[in-house]
Design a binder for this molecule. Sequence first.
Ligand SMILES: C[S@@+](CC[C@H](N)C(=O)[O-])C[C@H]1O[C@@H](n2cnc3c(N)ncnc32)[C@H](O)[C@@H]1O
Length: 309
Amino acid sequence: MVEELSFLRYLAAKQAVDDRSLNAYVWDALGRTMADHSGRLKILEIGAGSGAMIERLLKRGHLRRADYTAVDVWGEGLNAIPDRLKQWAEDHGWSWRQVHKGIELLPPDAAPDEGLAVTMVVANALDYARHPLIRGRYDLLIAHAVLDLLDLPTALPILLRVLKPGGFCYFSLNFDGVTSFLPILDRSLDDLIEHLYHRTMDERLIDGKPSGDHRAGRHLLALLRTLRVDLLAVGGSDWIVHAVDGRYRGDEAYFLRHILHFVESSLRDHSDLPPDEFANWLRHRHDQIDRGELIYIAHQVDLLGKICE
Ligand SMILES: C[S@@+](CC[C@H](N)C(=O)[O-])C[C@H]1O[C@@H](n2cnc3c(N)ncnc32)[C@H](O)[C@@H]1O
């Protein structure tokens, strides 16, 4: 179906979808929290991918005085961060210099304590967070479109340890149990595919360990309370992707094809899904993209939390 798949291109296409989906109430609460911080903010982002969140925060003016550590298991994504930030700096009159394992950006007329230092670390987020030197080191922990890939009861206590007492966590685009493709093709087949697709998330094992939750959003809310995290702001951040005047915006047709690829690769050869019917379903969904007809909805949850002191 999709000839050449590029995860980098998928993330680039996803950036615009995310921008309009992020919950504005939670995002504003994050912005106020960052603005109220005195001194340099120490930020850890796990599953940082190719750095879209760093650029998003820069655009909103939240990173004038920050040390930002971007952790991901995927080195190719992290390697794209310096070029992305150089481009941003050049477009906005900031200066930059590449440093060992990262890049530093300075705003024009920077005060002595101003500037953004970004360090990239290729690591499993849990291994990184477990390191004794990392304990209690950060003011803000960010995880965007990643926590639904982890086993939350195991991962959260480890990840939250990186925060200082009173530190904040911003967890955005946490998938929460709805994947809808419209218009309906065949209600029972649509429902079966959604159900089986979600089950693959729950049953996914990475290195033999559980790695996912198709209701991560709601489970996070309940779990954080047991981990002494106050929920300061919570809201929905659903992806709703549709064509406008018959055309998808930006690279969103590609984004949709990639989503279908996730479904296809998760359910290929699934014993509960007749292969011909599934192949036919996928073909119809791709045809709907060609015609600008496919509407895709994923329910997601954003939150800002604060560790009780
Ligand atoms: C859906 S992508 C989101 C990337 C980025 N946050 C964005 O939205 O553009 C999920 C990212 O999490 C990373 N990831 C998944 N599990 C991880 C883990 N245990 N430790 C670190 N990174 C992880 C993947 O490599 C991938 O880059």
